[in-house]
Design a protein around this ligand. Sequence first.
Ligand code: PEP
Ligand code: MN
Length: 337
Amino acid sequence: MIVVMQKGALQKDVDHMVARIESLGLTSHVIVGVERTVIAAVGDERKMQVESLEIGPGVAEVMPILAPYKMASLEVKKEPSVVRAGSLTVGGGTIGVIAGPCSVENEEQIVASAKAVKAAGATALRGGAFKPRTSPYSFQGLKEEGLKMLATARAETGLAVVTEVMSPEDVELVARYADVLQVGARNMQNYRLLEAVGRVNNPVLLKRGPAATLEELLLAAEYILSGGNSQVMLCERGIRTFEAHTRFTLPLASVPYLHSKTHLPVVVDPSHGTGHTYLVPDMAAASVAAGADGLILEVHPNPERAMSDGYQTLNFDQFEATMAKCRLVAGALGKMM
Ligand code: PEP
Ligand code: MN
């Protein structure tokens, strides 16, 4: 349910309504908009006594939230959300570019990558220290050593660090080094992990599961938002289909679809979405054309020697050319990049 306050409602009226909502056993989330404040009341709907809330001081109206995801829904917040983390801004007409290797391999590799992607215009550095690999025999990441290398790369370049966290026990550790916590595709429905990242202050990049519907993605985001973390970015990274010419199928209609349902910014990952380096530049430009608020791209000093995902990774020159192409599209749409 949403309690829409009147324009110019007083803070004490908002506080009063929050107390009323909580006394009904519901959780309240206050969203201060440009025009007016709304209070989302979420929880067991049977407990909601609409009539008694409607007569509260400063209340304009009380409406049910029809979408199954509540906090993520445009019904609750009409203005698009902007997520910020240090050098990274995603949304509000600014396209954030998160670039770097699939995995952190050593200090030289991650620092060189950070410098090169920054020079080409990236606004954040990616790099996995905890790697979810299909095979237990594949490189699993450098763990805390890798996190320290990411922190060094941030110190040298000023770029915000985006890195994956795979389990609830690691959230505190990863949050100490990272600016943005990435929840990977394989963990989109790891509900304990979603709850854990909902309790910290770092923004979260939530990747779509390869077999998840967009409604399931939004409900996964809802776990994080309802836990108290409002800084969530959704990421379309491709889904499993019958098609074998690409590693995954990258459905770019997800971008305008999600924008029609949620205020959360949408990032696209053309690297995992295609699985082939030669397809990445065009799909990155297409993502921007589709309205993406951000891109996440795999870039490595020497993709041939990468310890993971080299076949879908851009080298520094290819990244620079991709940025130039994307900027043309962004400029045509009046966006900053
Ligand atoms: C990654 O970003 O390197 C990654 C593992 O992505 P995904 O979770 O989308 O497979
Ligand atoms: Mn990867």
